[in-house]
Structure formats: C-alpha cells, structure tokens
Design a binder for this molecule. Sequence first.
Ligand code: GYE
Length: 349
Amino acid sequence: MFNKKDMFKVLVLVIVFTMALTACGTAASTATQAPAAPAATTAAAAEKPFGEASCAPNCTYKDMVMCFPQLGAESDWRTADTASFKDEAAKDGFQLVFSDAQQKQENQISAVRACIQQGVSVIALPPVVEDGWDAVLTEAHNAGIPVIVVDRTVSADPSLYVSHIGSDMELEGKRAAEEFNKKFPDGAKILELSGTTGSGAAVGRAKGFREALNSNIEIIDSQTGNFTRAEALPVMQAFLQKYKAGTDFQGIFIHNDDMGIGAIEALKAAGVNPGDLFIVSVDGTRGGFQAMVDGWFQADVECNPLLAPQVAEMALTIMNGGTVDANVLTNETVYYPENAAELLPTRTY
Ligand code: GYE
C-alpha cells in the first residue's frame, strides 16, 4: 500500500509530531514543576549548615560580630578569660559585643536577647549556671544565630547550640581527689569550699572529686564561696567555728584559687597555719602559684581561661559553613609547689 516515498513522509510526520509532543511535554512539565521550584530552594537551604553566613565560604574576621555576654568578674581566672576575648578581637579584627552579667543569669539572658536583636554573627556564651537556658537558646536558634557554649556547660539540649569549648570539670575534680588519695592513704576528714551553686564548674568538680576520692576520706562539710575571695572568707570563718583545724579536718578541697586565697586569710586570722593543712585548689593563676610558693597550697589543678583563640577560629569556621566538633576540651595538668617559684614568672594570668 505505501511506497518508500510515502513511508518517508509518514516517518517525517511521526518525528515532527513526536518532537512537538516532547516540546509540549517539556513546556507542560516545566509548568507543572514551577511550583516545585521553591521546594527545591527550601531543600538547598535546609542542607546549608546551621550558622553559615551570607559571606560563606569567604568570610573573614572583618565580617564577624561576636557576642560575648561574660558571666562576671568574680575571679582572676575570669579576668584572664575576659582579656583573652578582648585581645583576640583586637588581634583578629572582629567586633566583640561584650557585657558583664555580674554573676546573674537574668543579666546574661538579657544580654543574649540584645545580641539576637542586633543580629550578631555568633554568640559565645559562658553560662553562669547550667540550667535555665532552653528558652533563650531556642530564640537564638530560631534567629539562625549559632551559639558556642564557652567554659562552663549547659543542661539544655545539644541541638540548641553548635559546640562547647572549655575544661573537663569532672576531670579537674578527679585530679584533685587523686592528690588527697596520695596524701592520705590511711584516710582523712576534709572540707570542701565549692564554686557557684549550679554552675557547670562546681557541679563537675564536685562530681569528679567524689567519684575518685578513696572511701576512707570523708568530706565532713561542703559550702559554696561563689568562686570569690570575699565570699570564701566568711565561709571559712564559719567552718573554723564548727570544726577544729587539724583535729576535725586535715585538708580542704577548694574549687578555685580566689576562694583559696580568701580561705587562707581566714585561717591566718584564726591563728591556723594554712601550711599545716593539705589544701588543693583549682585554676593555676598567679595567685595560686604564689600560694604554693608560700607553702599554703599543696597542689593546684590547672584550668585554662585563655579560650578565645579556639572560640574565634571555630566561629569563623561556622560562618564559612564548615563542620566543627561538638565538644572541645582543653588540655590541662596539675601544678605543685616543687617548681612553683620557677614557673611563677612565666604565668600570664
Ligand atoms: O575555675 C573560676 C571562675 O568557670 C572554669 O569560674 C570557670 C571557673 C574558674 O570563677 O575561677
């Protein structure tokens, strides 16, 4: 019925028809896919790492505004920590939004809220206490602002912040306990002067201390001195009213050097030679080293306040869309009176 010429015509027609259909199909599918485009954009946005800034992947420190709602100025450790952040900002050239919460959580929360309002690039939060951060961390998260928890820890869900950088407070407590275990193999009675109630530093140190302390060493009393010299002094005085140094207790675990210095003052004022007791402190500040040189502290567990270089580097990585570790712990040691005099001049805080 069909000759070759007709066959050719049919073939051409079929091809043309198919092409038209395909074109229509493409047009049609483009049309039907059009509403799907935003979905594709949403998917891409969801894949974007949390906290990535619009300058990514080329953000520099000049693009960074870091909020640092410091918790207070209660100790030499804190002073050094504040200086570390201010120096780092000056060195790197990022803007630091600094505030001092005077050890009050509500002040820190207000400072964080102000930073969210301001639209900072990152919040480095040193939480005064562990609990009560969920609401404000959620607000920061909803605003797309990454939070790095610095120094002390929070009890909030880890999905609400990007990372934690700081010391292993439990390990510090364990290290202190080991000093007592070595000193008192036959057991002893001791006191504890602890840090701010509910703070990650105090909770962690107390926990690690108790976990590692030999069962023949009894903590007969534990009171907070809120990490300050001024508050530790009356607490030590009250201890001395209740317990006789040397008889009722042979040692004191003190959660930071400032409280240790306050306690030494109280001991001396009461006519007790602090060197007759076994005192172990935490931080490793110049004041702590001096107390070892003077013979008052028998060991000082290091806690390093110079956290800003790591925090700044991590913040920039986050802004550039990079991945970071969820928990970065500081490498630390224990210092002893033996070489305290030699090391004191090298101490920067
Ligand atoms: O040990 C103490 C300061 O949170 C690790 O706070 C910090 C502690 C430090 O007041 O001196």
